[in-house]
Design a protein around this ligand. Structure first.
Ligand code: SAM
Length: 468
């Protein structure tokens, strides 16, 4: 293939095809990072910001007090953020209309098949929308637009200043044979080329000084389209990896591409900020290359409630730091109250629970702690959003409940595990034990026989069946 600008390379097309093929497996198999951006905590913070923006719109006379806030999510992936967001908005009684979208038809079909979507027909709608290609745009003028790990996935260009001269870093892509996704196999050969740089690039380059930098041309194109769709008045909530400021751009070198089935790049948020110009641009506290949260506003002269809400949430703390604190807690010898406190701080997020399941199984809670643990598991299960794959939340919860003697609850969750993840010997065996301990001999024996079908020679199942 001949060399050309990075944004014109086939990498982005292959990446889109990867998402279409992988569908929700991109998430269930952990190919794509998504834990934090899809967390209950982020959904709650977004819910508060959406409500705040709605208040500012009403105060400025741009929305009737009883009109719903129109939310558009772009590149929604598996849809878990939307699930948590919808439930938060409902609980907070914020009138809303959510249009959820993704360029991959497979993701849209999976989202539409979700019960929580079907139960909310009219309030939640899914559409296939390619933010760059779709000629029509969404079926609404959004007040709020959400895009998590979207800007990194859209095309980027690579530039550099060498000895004071601005050059474009062109790429030639070769694709050796193989079965791995194209973006992972591709070999990239870079060359500096002198070209006529667009005015924005010429204006931006002196900010960086010497060295390479990337420009998120896809994200800028997306923001341009969002401005058109919203007729110039909306709040954009973006979460992504990238460079939060010019110092990070200068430190980073370039081009910075990551391969994970598809391809993505560090998003130059410093360039986005420059491009956004005088319009309000809010950045999370200690935004860092791994992940930053950003709010881009336009169309309101003042946004006091939105600013205040941002300052109290993303502006006040770094969720990545909070996540690292959780890692540290889980690496030490945390007590049950400490673990439950952390679970509450993460708003009873099932992902967080799964990470603490092992220490909880090993713990010896007091009766009061056990009661609090049961209540916390009930609460956390309500937040469960199944993506399949190896992460079996119901099984993790069941085993913790089983250890503390909560047999009925444990049995219920073993059943959910079997329903959602298929019949597997360990869950059948544990459920069989629960049934026997609950006095249901027939059910217990039936399950142990099933264990022997699933795993012939299972020693414990054979022994217990012989005793029955
Ligand atoms: C890295 S995933 C992020 C998914 C989700 N927002 C999250 O945080 O887990 C990127 C998503 O953007 C979608 N996508 C890629 N290119 C797109 C485009 N041009 N328009 C809309 N969606 C796109 C992909 O199908 C994929 O679901």
């Amino acid at each position: 293939m001949s060399a050309g600008p990075l944004s014109q390379s086939p990498l982005w097309r292959w990446s889109a095809q990867f998402y279409e093929r992988a569908a929700t497996e991109a998430w269930s198999k952990g190919i794509v990072p998504w834990r934090l951006t899809n967390s209950v905590r982020v959904a709650e913070a977004y819910g508060r910001l959406i409500s705040a923006w709605r208040t500012d719109l009403i105060a400025a006379g741009f929305k009737a007090p009883d009109a719903p806030v129109e939310v558009l999510e772009l590149g929604g992936g598996a849809g878990r953020l939307a699930f948590h967001l919808v439930r938060w908005l409902e609980q907070a009684k914020v009138p809303f209309q959510l249009t959820w979208s993704d360029a991959a038809a497979s993701n849209v079909a999976a989202f539409n098949a979700r019960t929580f979507v079907q139960e909310r027909a009219g309030a939640v709608e899914a559409v296939k929308l390619d933010v760059l290609q779709d000629p029509m745009g969404p079926p609404l003028a959004p007040d709020v637009v959400i895009g998590s790990y979207l800007f990194d996935t859209l095309p980027h260009d690579a530039w550099a200043v060498r000895g004071g001269r601005l050059v474009e870093q062109h790429v030639r892509v070769e694709l050796p044979p193989g079965t791995a996704p194209e973006c992972e196999r591709a070999e990239l050969h870079w060359a500096d080329v002198e070209t006529d740089a667009p005015a924005f690039v010429r204006g931006y380059a002196p900010r960086v000084g010497e060295g390479g930098f990337m420009l998120p041309v896809g994200a800028l194109q997306c923001l341009k389209r969002v401005t058109e769709w919203s007729t110039g008045r909306c709040l954009v909530l973006a979460a992504d990896k990238g460079e939060p400021d010019v110092a990070a751009v200068q430190a980073g070198g370039s081009p910075k591409l990551q391969r994970h089935g598809g391809i993505s790049a560090m998003v130059n948020f410093d360039a986005i900020r420059a491009w956004w110009g005088w319009r309000p641009f809010l950045r999370s506290a200690q935004a860092e290359p791994d992940l930053g949260f950003y709010a881009l506003a336009q169309g309101l002269k003042a946004l006091p409630v939105t600013r205040m809400t941002w300052s109290a949430s993303f502006g006040a703390e770094s969720l990545l730091h909070r996540l690292r604190e959780l890692d540290a807690l889980l690496q030490g010898e945390a007590s049950v109250p400490q673990l439950l406190q952390a679970l509450a701080a993460w708003r009873f997020d099932p992902d967080v629970f799964v990470r603490m399941a092992e220490p909880l199984r090993a713990s010896k809670p007091t009766p009061e702690e056990a009661a609090a643990l049961v209540a916390a598991i009930d609460h956390t299960w309500e937040n469960h959003f199944e993506v399949g794959g190896d992460l079996d939340v119901a099984f993790e919860m069941a085993t913790v409940l089983h250890r503390i003697g909560q047999l009925t609850r444990a049995a219920h969750l073993y059943e959910r595990s079997l329903e959602l993840h298929g019949r597997h010997a360990t869950a059948c065996f544990n459920l069989g034990l629960c049934r026997l301990d609950l006095g249901d001999r027939d059910q217990g024996a039936m399950l142990l026989k099933e264990v022997l079908e699933l795993q012939p020679g299972h020693a414990a199942a054979t022994r217990i069946l012989a005793q029955l």
